[in-house]
Design a protein around this ligand. Structure first.
Ligand SMILES: NC(=O)c1ccc[n+]([C@@H]2O[C@H](COP(=O)([O-])OP(=O)(O)OC[C@H]3O[C@@H](n4cnc5c(N)ncnc54)[C@H](OP(=O)(O)O)[C@@H]3O)[C@@H](O)[C@H]2O)c1
Length: 199
């Protein structure tokens, strides 16, 4: 299984730190020449590899860590996303419900990445919190996952566990997933709730 993070801003770097902490290789890509941020990536960890977008999207599981408005540009990188799992980390705060066609933003993202299996997740915490070690006082920091695809949700849940988080499955995008969606001036009720799970 191979991993990539598209976007190397606040959230992309926070995710890269989580992979580096566990020594798991991950590609990172932006619109820029990878040489321009290769040193920044290597500073996070030796297995954080800067690549072009075209190279990075060869990964099996791809974290989408760009602004919501930028997702259609990333989606153009492949004609079909069949066989890929997209983890949608975007928050559509400031995007009107009309622009989203009344749907949760991840449904809109899923339509752009045609053929992909989509999981909403890792999006409810501020980047500075997500960047921290998820091992907290003997517990593990919670990440919420929502998907219309149970297999993909389980796959990303297993990855979240490997990264040291405690994943909580919320169910479908239009059901439990609404708790971690934003639109207009409204945040889902679980967004910014930094929770730690004790076994
Ligand atoms: N910041 C937070 O605390 C936070 C928390 C939860 C969720 N989120 C969500 O996470 C997403 C990213 O937020 P952020 O704060 O990390 O934003 P950011 O700091 O502005 O980073 C965005 C990244 O996306 C890259 N990018 C833009 N267009 C691209 C394209 N077409 N292809 C590849 N890369 C592209 C940018 O690289 P270049 O422009 O340099 O190419 C940049 O590295 C947003 O949807 C946000 O809602 C953010």
């Amino acid at each position: 299984m191979s991993y990539a993070i598209i976007g190397f801003g606040n959230i992309g770097r926070a995710l890269a730190k989580a992979f580096a902490r566990k020594g798991i290789e991950v590609s990172v890509a932006t619109t820029r020449d990878p040489e321009s941020f290769a040193a920044d990536a290597a500073a996070i960890g030796p297995k954080v590899i800067a690549k072009t977008l075209a190279e990075a999207v060869k990964a099996d599981i791809i974290f989408l860590a760009v602004r919501f408005e930028q997702h259609p540009d990333v989606a153009k990188a492949l004609l079909t996303w069949q066989g890929k799992t997209i983890v949608d980390v975007t928050n559509a705060y400031g995007v009107s419900p009309e622009q989203l066609g009344g749907q949760p933003s991840s449904k809109v993202v899923g339509q752009a990445f045609s053929g992909a299996r989509l999981v909403k997740g890792f999006n409810h915490l501020a980047a500075a919190v997500l960047a921290q070690d998820p091992a907290v006082q003997g517990g593990r920091r919670v990440v919420f996952l929502a998907s219309d695809d149970d297999v993909a949700a389980a796959e990303v849940g297993a990855l979240a566990e490997r990264l040291g988080f405690a994943p909580i499955q919320l169910g479908r995008l239009s059901e439990g997933g609404l708790l971690v969606h934003a639109h207009g001036k409204s945040w889902g009720h679980l967004i910014f709730k930094d929770l730690v799970k004790f076994e």
